[in-house]
Design a protein around this ligand. Structure first.
Ligand SMILES: *Cc1c(COP(=O)(O)O)cnc(C)c1O
Length: 492
């Protein structure tokens, strides 16, 4: 047997020379910190060169070990300069986190300690549990509620809708599946709702058509009358309404649905109230939004990201659920290979697979826990408030600049506007011109904004969750857009 031979010289993935790797680790830390410290002076985005794509895609699947120095040299030369850009102070596209230096270290410790945070009696489980408790406190969710960390708000929304579905069917759906029901279950959300809600309805077996997309008012908030009408129409047609998803911060415009009215409808109609607060929920920490967002506390569940307005590195969101039992009932399962003992490592906390779709989970709570301790809630709230103030400042700059047109009112940290020189260009050429401006801003490395279609118009859209941005960055953005608009107009 060849297997016997292999034991004559046993290998490991540990380095032969630990010192050499440790030295490289120091170099990496120095480099990444220098990169972050100097990020403002670099272009926000640079298209990967042809050399980069061929050097990366040209390489065959490695069969033999390569030098760690050569690997890192390649990363430094071919990845650092052609990164996405969301760590830059002038990145305001989509809604993406900036990251923080301390969480670079958190990610390193997470990988180094490498616990599976699902079961067992070990310190990382305590951190996980405390982090959820702190997040409940942050949004003033009751202590008796439950929650789980997931990879982002798409997963958080999916988790919540699954719990809502099961609560509505008294869990029998878990035994027999949905086919036992004659009636279609339906849920409600505005047309401005993130597409992951429709995807979640698909995944939990209801189908995309189960999501009743309700039209919005002039401020992109769900139309309450229409919502009421649709619920009654559906009930009369023999469908089973079970949930309303309310937005706290829509992707396009940052709109906040009328939460109190929705909560009243949900109580009256006995519907699960879920809140998609991916980024917007954090505005609850700001004095000016406290009252408006207080009804969040009435929700049955809320989904939010920690990799948006909380600035943490990508890959972490959370769902909080008021009815702990409903949450557990939706996921609890008892595999005999994972029985909890009364003592030893396999004791302690209720395994997280009873609360989550996932099983083996990384120690990503560490970066949340470290960030909350390093910065404190007051500083986190300050940054959220600062970002809102910056967008209001930008709104004023836009109003004062005759060649810029404000398209949507600012409700939070999102703004939509366009370059409009007010000479008759026609909507089609204006769309084209603004698209070119967005692309030129990116290609020249000046700034990254995104775009949206609002009432059929192509608009420049900016979402600010960037703790590195300053007032001056927005002043420069306005100058750059007006300059590019003037330069590009004759070419359109
Ligand atoms: C970003 C976002 C999502 C999706 O969250 P991911 O973290 O990307 O999965 C859902 N809803 C809203 C409002 C968002 O902004």
């Amino acid at each position: 047997m060849d297997f016997d031979k292999i034991l004559e010289s046993e290998h490991t993935f540990d380095p032969e020379n630990w010192d050499e790797m440790e030295q490289l680790a120091h170099v990496m830390i120095t480099d990444i910190f220098a990169h972050l410290k100097g990020i403002r002076d670099k272009p926000v985005w640079t298209k990967p060169t042809k050399k980069v794509s061929t050097s990366i895609f040209g390489e065959r699947l490695p069969q033999k070990p390569q030098s760690i120095h050569k690997i890192y040299d390649k990363i430094k030369a071919d990845i650092f300069p052609y990164n996405k850009g969301n760590i830059h102070p002038k990145f305001w596209s989509w809604v993406q986190s900036t990251g923080t230096p301390f969480s670079v270290l958190a990610e390193m410790l997470t990988a180094g300690l490498n616990p599976d945070v699902c079961t067992g009696d070990h310190a990382p489980m305590y951190i996980e549990s405390q982090t959820i408790d702190w997040l409940k406190k942050l949004f003033e969710f009751p202590e008796t509620g439950s929650g789980v960390l997931v990879s982002g708000t798409s997963m958080a929304n999916l988790t919540a809708l699954l719990i809502a579905r099961d609560a509505c069917t008294h869990q029998t759906v878990r035994e027999k599946g949905l086919y036992q029901y004659d009636s279609q279950m339906v849920l409600y959300a505005s047309v401005e709702t993130h597409s992951c809600i429709t995807k979640a309805a698909d995944i939990i077996g209801l189908g995309k058509e189960a999501v009743r997309l309700i039209k919005t008012d002039d401020n992109f908030r769900i139309d309450i009358e229409e919502l009421n009408n649709q619920i009654h129409e559906d009930k009369n047609a023999g469908l089973v309404p079970f949930c309303v998803v309310a937005n706290v911060g829509t992707v396009n415009t940052g709109a906040i649905d009328p939460l109190s009215e929705i909560a009243t409808i949900c109580k009256k109609e006995k519907l699960w109230l879920h809140i998609d607060g991916a980024f917007g929920a954090f505005a609850k920490l700001v004095p000016e939004f406290k009252e408006l967002l207080k009804p969040i506390e009435e929700a049955d569940s809320i989904a939010f990201d920690l990799h948006k307005w909380m600035s943490l590195p990508v890959g972490i969101g959370c769902v909080l659920v008021k009815d702990r039992e409903a949450h557990r009932n939706a996921f609890a399962i008892q595999p005999n290979y994972l029985q909890v003992h009364e003592r030893g490592l396999a004791s302690g906390f209720d395994p997280i697979f009873n609360w989550s779709i996932e099983m083996t989970r990384s120690f990503s709570s560490l970066k949340v826990w470290m960030h909350l301790k390093e910065q404190g809630v007051e500083k986190i709230a300050h940054i959220v408030r600062q970002n809102i103030a910056q967008v209001l400042y930008l709104e004023n700059l836009i109003k004062r600049e005759p060649k810029l047109e404000l398209i949507t009112p600012v409700t939070m940290n999102v703004i939509c506007f366009r370059f409009n020189p007010r000479v008759h260009l026609g909507e089609e050429r204006l769309d084209k011109l603004n698209k070119e401006i967005v692309i030129h801003l990116q290609e020249n490395g000046l700034a990254v904004t995104s775009h949206a279609y609002i009432n059929g118009k192509y608009v420049i859209r900016l979402a600010n969750v960037n703790h590195r941005s300053t007032k001056a960055d927005f002043e420069q953005l306005v100058k750059d857009i007006v300059y590019l608009g003037n330069e590009l107009k004759p070419t359109i």
